[in-house]
Design a protein around this ligand. Structure first.
Ligand code: NAD
Ligand code: 6OD
Length: 502
């Protein structure tokens, strides 16, 4: 839809989208219906929006709309036009940057500076990168000899899977949702997104953007709600959905795997982590402290890649701990828009209680609390927010529960080691295998230890440095499959081989 008709449709859709009322977005428009639930601003503890939980009928409506899109205009669209539309989505996110920023901040309470530099720009970049990737990807060709002495030519064509369900978490809402929506749509699938119930705002806004740039009705749909016995479960179980791409907790991944089994859906999972960092005595100490303090406390520790276990070679242990302590204590918790705020809240009161439970457990397991361990005293509106202190422990045995279970808060245990072999053994002694971060000026060691880590991604002298063309995902209980660049395109499409007798 273009021109005046498009503008009128957008205006009509926008008028259905009352401020702070987050409706389900199906078949190119916001629809009424669903049970209202409240969405909280974690920085103040106040309700800032109402979303509408999709029931089975609404989920089915979304699946039917997505199916029509795959069989209709979206599915038949020439690649060049699909690419241009997706590049247009990136552009429109940038044009409406401030609205995305406000929405993300309201849902997560994260500092404006962080959302403005990480979440929203990556939301746009995801669409741009995959609009390019889909134009440059190759398919296989094989020429073969035939029994009659002739030849045959095989070539594969890439086909979309059909309707893809995207289930996303609350920690980096726009970034992680678009990381999956962009390649899925680039491959020609229609998507149904179920954002986290804690952070539904930017996904809803993306519905408006899709309509504005002229993405055909039904190619992008949003359903709100929870997991079990709600929109998430209904989406996973729906026979019309061909694949589920999920980011979230490992045990949710298990539940989804089970629920998807009867309809044999394709699955891509990015799950939890208990990431290790290793700092060797030859590391640039200032760089290691700056880099790992950022890694442990960015987004209030709510990054799946955050190192919650930091192994430090004994000769530099005390210096490293002192540097981390000073950096943690310099963080300033507060409201997202307050000048100088560098630490936001955790996502909910329930999650705060979980994190504080680990603070208590660490003490019971024998930790020395180097800093933190409680709730900061804040005044004004932030007093109602879900803040916790950034926390560092030493003295914990490597096999303590706080060193094995994912906390997903601003906390890390620092543990000494005496040689490379020991560091590798402890780092790999985990049920998880998402990421590691290694600090050394000996690059041979960097290569060697990076390769020895049982993880999906190892960073050397850096952390969370992302090239979106590279494979991303987890080993062990941290995930199933890889996304990024061609890996994403391989998941969101399937090759169909054509064999021609020459
Ligand atoms: P979560 O698993 O609780 O929820 C994620 C999403 O799944 C939400 O939308 C939720 O409503 C939905 N859901 C829950 N139960 C469901 C069910 N039975 N069926 C269908 N949908 C269901 O995760 P969270 O608390 O939102 O996010 C934090 C977790 O995500 C952490 O464990 C973190 O490590 C992980 N994570 C991993 C990565 C990665 O790339 N590996 C990235 C970000 C977050
Ligand atoms: O950068 C990414 O693509 C990605 N999936 C990051 C995950 C961060 C976890 O919280």
């Amino acid at each position: 839809m273009t021109g005046e008709a498009g503008a009128a449709a957008v205006a009509e859709r926008a008028s259905l989208q009352k401020p702070h009322a987050l409706r389900n977005f199906i078949d190119g428009r916001f629809v009424d219906g669903g049970k209202p639930f409240e969405v909280y601003d974690p920085a103040t503890g106040k309700v800032h929006a109402t979303a509408y939980e999709a029931d089975r009928a609404i989920v089915d409506q979304a699946v039917q709309a997505a199916r029509r899109a795959v069989e209709g205009e979206w599915g038949r669209m020439p690649l060049a036009k699909r690419r241009a539309l997706l590049a247009g989505v990136a552009e429109r996110i940038e044009e409406r940057f401030d609205e995305f920023l406000e929405a993300e901040i309201a849902d997560t309470g994260k500092p404006r500076e962080l959302a403005g530099h990480l979440d929203i720009p990556r939301g746009a970049a995801n669409f741009r990168v995959f609009a390019d990737a889909i134009s440059n990807v190759s398919t296989e060709t094989f020429e073969m000899d035939t029994p009659d002495g002739g030849k045959a030519l095989n070539y594969a064509v890439r086909k979309p899977l059909g309707v893809v369900g995207v289930i996303s978490p609350w920690n980096l809402p726009l970034l992680l949702m678009t990381w999956k929506v962009a390649p899925a749509m680039a491959c020609g699938n229609a998507v149904i997104v179920k954002p986290s119930e804690e952070t539904p705002s930017t996904t809803t806004l993306l519905g408006e953007v899709m309509a504005e740039v002229g993405i055909p009705d039904g190619a992008f749909n949003v359903i709100h709600g929870f997991g079990p016995n709600s929109a998430g479960e209904f989406l996973v179980a729906h026979p019309g959905v061909r694949a589920i791409t999920f980011t979230g907790e490992t045990r949710t991944g298990s539940a989804i795997m089970k629920a998807a089994a009867p309809t044999v859906k394709a699955l891509s999972f990015e799950l939890g982590g208990k990431n290790a960092a290793i700092v060797f005595a030859d590391a640039d100490l200032d760089a290691a402290v700056t880099g790992l303090a950022r890694a442990a406390f960015l987004n209030t520790g709510q990054v799946c890649l955050a190192p919650e276990r930091i192994y430090v070679e004994r000769p530099i242990f005390d210096h490293f701990v002192a540097g981390m302590k000073a950096t943690a204590e310099a963080l300033k918790p507060g409201l997202p828009n307050d000048h100088g705020t560098t630490l936001g809240p955790v996502i909910s009161e329930q999650h705060r209680q979980k994190v504080l439970g680990y603070y208590q457990l660490a003490v019971e397991e024998g930790a020395t609390v180097v800093t933190g361990g409680g709730v900061p005293k804040l005044e004004g509106a932030a007093a109602g927010g879900y803040f916790v202190e950034p926390t560092i422990w030493t003295g914990l045995p490597h096999d303590a529960r706080v060193c094995r279970e994912e906390i997903f808060g601003p906390a890390c245990a620092i543990i000494p080691f005496d040689n490379e072999e020991d560091a590798i053994r402890m780092a790999n002694d985990s049920d998880y295998g998402l990421a590691s971060s290694i600090w050394t000026t000996n690059l041979s060691r960097g290569h060697r230890v990076g390769r020895a880590m049982e993880v999906g991604i190892s960073w050397v002298n850096c952390w969370f440095l992302r090239d979106l063309r590279t494979p991303f995902g987890g080993a062990k209980m941290s995930g199933v499959g890889r996304e990024g660049g061609e890996h994403s395109l391989n998941f969101y499409s399937e090759p169909s081989n054509i064999c021609i007798k020459l």
